[in-house]
Design a protein around this ligand. Structure first.
Ligand SMILES: [Zn+2]
Length: 431
């Protein structure tokens, strides 16, 4: 098994490390911009703040800028996180496409590429293509040093080992050592997670849900999955598969549930009845039965139908497409109503190629949630579409990497070098 191992660094005492992480987090998040602000917000004494800040300035992680506003005495210099010290390579792989990008250490997307791609092609061909796109982005920035790599995959991932575990739509990927391969190629630490977790993290840190502490991000693409953020932190669960709501059974209460076999092998799963794949299947049947002229035309033209085809047909007023989307939204909403009572989120975000498009689905989801949830749980609940640019997953992947690099468990192992690159004893990759 491949795991990232942290080794205790004898040079930095635990209380020093705590102070370094606290000061760095406050500057990184913009909560403190001057020394007096740091002293106030960190709860550390002025001397300790000066020492820890000195360490971070010497390491090149923080720099001093122009004079900040004076509050009477000598004007303090503004402190800035050096987001440009390194770059993070990020990729979000979906069932039918991939987006690959490059960010700075503050999660700002500097460049990206998108490509239609079938994840079922397998890990070797897929990762070869990801590497080719990464290399293309790096060629344009020859001075960039890669501090880490973050990958989102459309299936369950064991976060500790960075390996996909029995992903239903990714034949050949079970247990694949994604981390080892990319870590060896880029000589940088690699973290791998479920794509929906990445999207949830991206939205909370720099998207629609910025500054919201408790959210459920629901991705409705070909399948259905969710990412949970509780008290501002991603909730991955014991094994990393928290939020896998697509395979919640709707039981016999829903017409056709008992006969609908899911790709996971069970019957009556939410995604088998309401995901983009289900929409495509039901739309194809309807088109063949000539119950929808618009969908029949699209089928004749393209040879197959997809979830987004149904969304487009509904937007043009096709009654059958509208009915299919409303049914899908009602089933997703009823499932979410139970989760709202259980988890009490402040915001639910709908994303993915089907979830983020059009008002029809959103309206049906809202209606079902408000009808079925406790009044107290929905009093201030916002139900919205995710960020329109669709780049929340890439930004989330960058935040995942940077948060790990600057965590208490890892920072002490490489800060003496000023960079996690070429510091194999600090963040080791072992098999
Ligand atoms: Zn299932």
């Amino acid at each position: 098994m491949l795991v990232l191992v942290s080794v205790t660094n004898p040079e930095i005492a635990p209380d020093q490390l705590d102070g370094l992480v606290t000061v760095l987090d406050l500057v990184r998040s913009g909560e403190a911009r001057t020394r007096p602000e740091l002293a106030r917000r960190s709860g550390l004494g002025r001397t300790v703040v000066t020492q820890r800040l000195g360490h971070l300035l010497a390491s090149g992680l923080i720099e001093e800028g122009a004079l900040g506003p004076s509050t009477g005495g000598r004007a303090p210099r503004e402190l800035r996180f050096r987001a440009g010290a390194g770059v993070v390579l990020v990729a979000e792989l979906g069932a039918r496409g991939m987006t690959v990008g490059l960010t700075d250490l503050a999660g700002e997307l500097l460049d990206h590429r998108a490509l239609d791609w079938d994840i079922a092609t397998g890990p070797d061909a897929t990762l070869t293509r990801v590497e080719a796109l990464f290399d293309e982005l790096l060629v344009a920035r020859p001075a960039a040093s890669v501090w880490g790599v973050g990958i989102g995959l459309p299936g369950p991932v064991e976060f500790v080992s960075g390996r996909p575990v029995a992903p239903p739509i990714m034949p050949g990927w079970d247990g694949h050592p994604v981390r080892r391969r990319l870590g060896a190629r880029y000589s940088a630490p690699v973290w791998v997670d479920n794509d929906v977790n990445m999207m949830a993290l991206g939205e909370v840190r720099s998207g629609v849900a910025r500054d919201v502490q408790d959210i459920i991000f629901v991705k409705i693409g070909t399948g259905i999955g969710a990412g949970l953020v509780s008290q501002g932190r991603l909730h991955r669960g014991a094994q990393g598969c928290a939020g896998d709501i697509g395979h919640i059974s709707l039981g016999g209460a829903v017409a056709g549930a008992a006969e609908t076999v899911c790709r996971c092998g069970n019957t009556g799963c939410l995604e088998a009845l309401a995901g983009g794949g289900a929409l495509a299947r039901d739309a194809t049947t309807a088109a063949r039965d000539m119950r929808s002229g618009a969908l029949a035309d699209r089928l004749a033209e393209a040879g197959t139908l997809t979830g987004p085809d149904v969304v487009r047909a509904a937007e043009f007023g096709d009654p059958l497409a509208v009915e299919l989307l409303q049914r899908s939204g009602a089933l997703v909403g009823e499932t979410l109503a139970a989760l709202v009572n259980f988890f009490n989120p402040a915001m639910i975000l709908l994303g993915g190629s089907v979830g983020a498009s059009g008002d029809l689905l959103l309206a049906a989801v809202r209606q079902a949630i408000y009808r079925r949830s406790l009044p107290l749980a929905t009093r201030h609940l916002q139900i919205v579409r995710s960020s329109p640019c669709g780049q929340s997953g890439l930004r989330g992947a960058a935040f995942m990497v940077v948060d790990e690099l600057f965590s208490r468990e890892r920072l002490g192992h490489w800060i003496a070098e000023g960079t996690p690159i070429g510091s194999p004893d600090a963040i080791r990759l072992i098999s």
